[in-house]
Unconditional design. Structure first.
Ligand SMILES: [Zn+2]
Length: 380
């Protein structure tokens, strides 16, 4: 510690968990000019303008939620990202297809530019995004050329393509065509494709085989898929086994209809833990059953996913999935200071899935502070 060292903020006394640096130990996190400048031994940090007491708490990279709906004031389901970020330790939210090519500029100027957290987007293959639900006739708005061009013109914000691959969107007559078009757009733009799975058409054996290494299946523990994602004996379906083998990623996408304790437990029992933990937070899930990242992470902890792996799936892995792991998802010195301070509480906590089934967990994660670019945005 140099006498001349200066810091704006020190997060002191916590246990740092940063899977990107294989770190799980007591450290003080030193922040100056919006960046991480040091991870010191406890008590060794230079004096700072502000100290956050993190004794007894976990200090992790800012949480990254790969599946959110935050195009506020457009459509009925989009929510305000900033207030959620402040209370959930989430420093980056990726909007999953609320915007398509025709309405993306509004997302940039009216939403992303004003948010207190980092907002990125997966661009919907439908040019009008997901402005209404249900979206029967989705296929009429699919435009792979406009999608690829819009991704290319907005690479600072758009990190992939989203397609809704279920009957409520594609209707009875369009089958797997939107998924093929979205795949073509994603490959033309060189970005991952996130596939929302649901009731057919398309069937999972039509849609999932289209995905390549690095693409994502969201809603991977969806209950309606009993007999499809898991077979009648409780084993992962062949189509899912094959996808996993070729490097397709599994994303939780909890939402209001896509997390089933039974399906999650069966798949996790076979080692099919989520690659990325995400909320699918929107107006219908933010006040339960999804709530926020810490609650969704607590559900995976309850299923036996080790704490460090839960943190990895909420920080480093989502950053890698969108090719941003050189910028976010780690507390490495020199990085932008996006940090979550979390409490791991013991007790008796009811956790409800999207089928009104409640299990009682003995521990849960709760956010205490959210720091974005070195600025504390949480209320406390
Ligand atoms: Zn969603």
């Amino acid at each position: 510690m140099a006498d001349t060292a200066r810091a704006d903020l020190v997060i002191a006394g916590g246990t740092v968990i940063d899977p990107a640096q294989k770190l799980h130990e007591a450290r003080d996190v030193v922040i100056a000019d919006g960046k991480i400048t040091e991870l010191t031994s406890p008590g060794e940090a230079p004096s700072a303008s502000r100290d956050l007491d993190a004794r007894g708490l976990l200090v992790t990279p800012g949480l990254i939620d790969l599946h959110t709906h935050v195009y506020e004031h457009v459509g009925a389901v989009n929510i305000d990202a900033s207030s959620l970020a402040a209370r959930s330790g989430t420093t980056t939210m990726v909007d999953a297809g609320s915007a398509g090519a025709a309405i993306f500029d509004g997302f940039r100027h009216y939403v992303a530019a004003r948010a207190r957290c980092r907002l990125l987007a997966l661009l919907n293959i439908s040019v009008i995004g997901a402005v209404a639900s249900p979206m029967a006739g989705y296929g009429r708005f699919v435009d792979p050329t406009a999608t690829a061009e819009t991704v290319d013109a907005n690479r600072d914000l758009i990190v992939g393509v989203k397609v809704l691959g279920s009957r409520i969107q594609v209707g009875e007559d369009n089958t797997d065509q939107p998924v093929w078009h979205a795949h073509a757009a994603a490959r033309a733009a060189g970005v991952p494709l996130m596939l929302h799975i649901g009731d057919p058409p398309p069937t999972l054996t039509q849609s999932i085989p289209i995905l390549d290494q690095g693409d994502l299946i969201t809603h991977c523990y969806k209950g309606q898929l009993v007999g499809r994602l898991v077979d009648r004996d409780g084993n992962p379906a062949v189509v899912l086994q094959e996808a996993r083998e070729r490097g397709v990623l599994m994303d939780v996408g909890h939402g209001s209809g896509s997390y089933h304790w039974g399906v999650a437990r069966q798949l996790c029992g076979h080692g099919y833990w989520p690659d990325t933990i995400s909320t699918d937070v929107h107006a219908g899930s933010i006040n339960g059953p999804a709530y926020d990242m810490p609650t969704t992470m607590s559900k995976l902890l309850h299923l036996g996913m080790p704490l460090d792996e839960v943190i990895r799936a909420s920080t480093l892995r989502p950053a890698q999935a969108i090719g941003w792991d050189d910028r976010i998802g780690s507390l490495e010195v020199g990085r932008t200071a996006d940090v979550a301070v979390l409490a791991q509480e013991g007790g008796s906590f009811p956790l409800t899935d999207t089928f009104q089934q409640t299990e009682t967990a003995t521990r849960r994660l709760v956010a205490r502070h959210t720091i974005v670019g070195g600025e504390v945005i949480s209320a406390s």
